[in-house]
Design a protein around this ligand. Structure first.
Ligand SMILES: CC(C)=CCC/C(C)=C/CC/C(C)=C/COP(=O)(O)OP(=O)(O)O
Length: 270
């Protein structure tokens, strides 16, 4: 039944209309300022699954499709850096079944992102894995290495995939590396913001400070995500819908709010 609908002319006509609407909205938004760096805490996959009475793992699979959808919209808009929180170091405390399911999802779908027809390949995006990858199973580490290799020559945009990540872990590593370099230097200088910037994991893709931090599912927490990368201008957006439900209609108000704030900022503060 579902397969028959998916191949029907009504379904194809609907898809074409959605695509036309998306392109028209993107063209309109592109006439205003576009953020350079947008990040997502993709929260609510399990609550979404429970609300539908399906398995938790299916909620995460829907979350993967939502990520694909959102990346496509943002890269069409011309956003140069997108960062997504796929797995926190703290998530290793979940049941072994759920950790395995999330790791298998990453292992299987990462390459799909980078292959012909995949969103990173289509939009010329370089994948950068951000996190303590050595904590991931060997199969996931291999998939990450392959995905980074497959996309290393893409220069139009960057996708930072935070996996086995915690901001305080990233900052601690950056401070330690910086201090060790200073101690090894003949004439050490005081540590600067630029020194620490250069040692953050997001520096691999040259990602600038965050313009917009988005968290779905109505939870008002930062969850140890990109604390260093936020600055005085970062706009925080909490939206009520679960991550798998996110789409263009959620992105439009976020972008309009960003544009309104940029336009209303006094020139002396720019
Ligand atoms: C290949 C690839 C990168 C896939 C990404 C898939 C994806 C969206 C992963 C996010 C996993 C996660 C811990 C979501 C948070 O919701 P939650 O599980 O905490 O849900 P809850 O808040 O309802 O408990």
């Amino acid at each position: 039944m579902a397969a028959a609908y998916a191949s029907s002319s009504i379904f194809r006509a609907r898809e074409r209309l959605v695509d036309l609407f998306q392109r028209a909205v993107v063209a309109a938004l592109r006439t205003g300022p576009i953020p350079r760096h947008v990040a997502f805490v993709m929260d609510g996959n399990r609550r979404y699954a429970r609300s539908l009475g399906v398995r938790v793992v299916d909620g995460h699979v829907s979350g993967y499709y939502a990520l694909r959808r959102v990346l496509e919209i943002l890269y069409l808009l011309g956003v140069e850096h997108v960062t997504a929180y796929a797995f926190a170091i703290d998530n290793f405390k979940r049941t072994p079944e759920e950790v395995d399911a999330l790791m298998s999802l990453a292992q299987d779908r990462l390459i799909e992102f980078c292959e012909h027809g995949g969103v990173l390949r289509e939009y010329g995006v370089r994948l950068v894995a951000v996190g303590n990858i050595s904590l991931c199973p060997p199969g996931v580490q291999d998939a990450i290495r392959r995905a980074e290799e497959m996309t290393k020559d893409n220069t139009r945009a960057v996708f930072n995939l935070c996996i086995s990540y915690a901001s305080r872990d990233e900052i601690t590593t950056a401070v330690n590396t910086t201090v060790n370099e200073k101690l090894a230097s003949q004439s050490p200088t005081p540590i600067t913001v630029a020194d620490l910037d250069a040692h953050m994991m997001t520096a691999r893709g040259n990602s600038p400070p965050l313009d917009i931090f988005v968290r779905t599912s109505g939870v008002l927490r930062l969850s140890d995500f990109l604390l260093w990368q936020c600055n005085e201008d970062t706009q925080i957006q909490f939206i009520r819908r679960y991550w798998p439900e996110i789409g263009l209609l959620d992105i439009i108000p976020i972008l309009l709010d960003y544009q309104r704030k940029v336009w209303s900022k006094p020139a002396s503060e720019s």
